[in-house]
Unconditional design. Structure first.
Length: 274
């Protein structure tokens, strides 16, 4: 009864505000149900229950900054010869000479250990469904029934990249946009003609804190399928004060999925480490 007494004492000064409407007090309100007064006595501390829920895996607050981005592959057609064949260029110059830069910045150290090290931010698109009402002629007081309409087309997946000396966005993503515009989005024979397939799958993994000296654990995984870049943002060169350059890219995709890790006994696994 200690919790009940504390709650009762804490709200005694304002409990009279509820007596006129409901009867009783905030600590022990009376709810009038079909003419019967039913005393409602709180059995738990609302604050303690909320704080306790935040200590569990399901109720803990995650950090939105803990994520990585994976590209499952980079198109075979993303090379100097093909891009130069698609775009007018002066052979005496090195326009779209991307082979060496691509080899470095798509290698395992920059893409495989912690995902794409150049990815700075991701905007997960929304998913919306239109609804309408079934019209009734002269419906008078009858409420029209709700019906579903069209599911809206997917908004582009937006990925923001950090600029570095060997620019990932201009050495890989920009030529990729060019390749995609020429190849199109029709089905391709990826095994026999891989240079004509501009698509890839993108995985965004969101992590959360686990325990001290224990690696972070994935809490949510987004899968985007058959992705192609459709645009890169404008460059702004200026003599103003320097700041980290970040550029956005838009990606088209055919479908997506999201998965959690609740199939793993995470609390038990963490407990067994100590």
């Amino acid at each position: 009864m200690g919790i009940l007494n504390a709650v009762s004492n804490a709200v005694q000064g304002i409990s009279n505000l509820t007596k006129g409407a409901l009867g009783g007090s905030l600590a022990q309100p009376n709810v009038n149900l079909f003419g019967l007064n039913i005393p409602g006595v709180p059995l738990v501390s609302f604050r303690d229950a909320f704080i306790k829920s935040m200590e569990s895996w399901i109720g803990a607050i995650p950090l939105r900054t803990q994520f990585i981005v994976f590209f499952d592959t980079f198109p075979a057609g993303l090379n100097s010869d093909i891009i130069r064949g698609l775009e007018p260029s002066d052979g005496a110059r090195r326009d779209f000479d991307i082979d060496r830069a691509k080899a470095f910045i798509t290698a395992y150290p920059y893409q495989g250990i912690n995902g794409c090290l150049f990815a700075q931010g991701v905007n997960i698109p929304d998913d919306t469904l239109q609804t309408d009402v079934a019209p009734i002629i002269n419906n008078r007081g009858f409420i029209p029934g709700r019906i579903s309409g069209n599911r809206d087309a997917f908004a582009p997946l937006t990925i923001e990249f950090r600029e570095t000396n060997t620019s990932f966005i201009d050495s890989v993503i920009r030529p990729w946009v060019i390749l995609s515009s020429h190849a199109g989005l029709v089905a391709r024979d990826s095994e026999n003609n891989p240079e004509l397939d501009p698509k890839c799958n993108i995985t965004v993994v969101q992590y959360t804190r686990s325990f001290q000296k224990v690696s972070q654990i994935p809490r949510k995984v987004w899968h985007y399928y058959n992705c192609v870049p459709t645009g890169v943002s404008t460059r702004n060169l200026t003599y103003d004060a320097e700041s980290m350059e970040q550029y956005q890219t838009q990606w088209s995709y055919s479908h997506y999925g999201v998965a959690d890790n609740l199939y793993l006994p995470l609390p038990d696994l963490i407990d067994k480490l100590f």
